[in-house]
Design a protein around this ligand. Structure first.
Ligand SMILES: Nc1ncnc2c1ncn2[C@@H]1O[C@H](COP(=O)(O)OP(=O)(O)OP(=O)(O)O)[C@@H](O)[C@H]1O
Ligand SMILES: Nc1nc2c(c(=O)[nH]1)N=C(CO)CN2
Length: 182
């Protein structure tokens, strides 16, 4: 526990994306680093998808996935650990929506709505992004009660289709990471 913790645990959902360097390794290491931090436990991981770039098109394809965390941290503290993790794995910001070794977005935290200079929750663009919704759909339980399941179902119905998204079949989380999909 540290000064930023509360005694309660919450469920949080994050999105991960990588399109530079060893993409599988970046995803695996990001999850392992988060899981190693006090107050964060990675509880479920989605499957991994290879996705065409959205927004800034002249860049390599991404690997995208999502994970559920059990955390005792306040959202701002969780986000700052996520940003530290991105930096640790060599992320450099050059172009908005551009290539990155790893990108970690905080999508949703049970019962939390925020709109500050540094953090907006739920993530404002998550419901329009197939590269977020497909992975999230893998890990949000049918009986999830905070409203996320309904939002994901509604958003998936509005998507155009599955263009530009394929399942990545390699065992990204294997290799002794202690993490597994779903
Ligand atoms: N829910 C959130 N998750 C992650 N970052 C957020 C969130 N809300 C606000 N931010 C802020 O957004 C800043 C920029 O994030 P980043 O550079 O990763 O954006 P991006 O991944 O390129 O674009 P996008 O936010 O559309 O995914 C972060 O430094 C963070 O302070
Ligand atoms: N396919 C794909 N496209 C993107 C992604 C991403 O993770 N996957 N992230 C972006 C900025 O967050 C912009 N575009």
């Amino acid at each position: 526990m540290n000064n930023h913790s509360t005694s309660e645990y919450s469920e949080a959902y994050i999105a991960l994306g990588a399109n530079l360097g060893d993409r599988e390794r970046s995803l695996r290491e990001a999850l392992a680093l988060l899981d190693s931090r006090e107050g964060i436990e990675v509880t479920r991981c989605s499957r991994v998808y290879e996705t065409d770039p959205v927004g800034y098109l002249d860049q390599p394809k991404f690997l995208n996935m999502a994970a559920a965390l059990r955390t005792s941290l306040e959202p701002e503290c969780l986000l700052s650990i996520m940003l530290e993790t991105e930096n640790h794995l060599g992320r450099v910001r050059h172009i908005p929506n551009g290539p990155r070794t790893v990108d970690l977005d905080l999508l949703w935290m049970e019962g939390r709505r925020l709109d500050s200079a540094h953090l907006t929750l739920p993530h404002p663009r998550m419901m329009e992004r197939a590269f977020v919704l497909f992975p999230l759909n893998d890990i949000v339980p049918q009986d999830e009660t905070s409203g996320l399941r309904q939002l994901v179902d509604d958003a998936l119905k509005k998507l155009d289709g599955e263009d530009g998204i394929t399942l990545w079949t390699a065992d990204v989380l294997g290799g002794g990471s202690g993490l597994s999909a779903n």
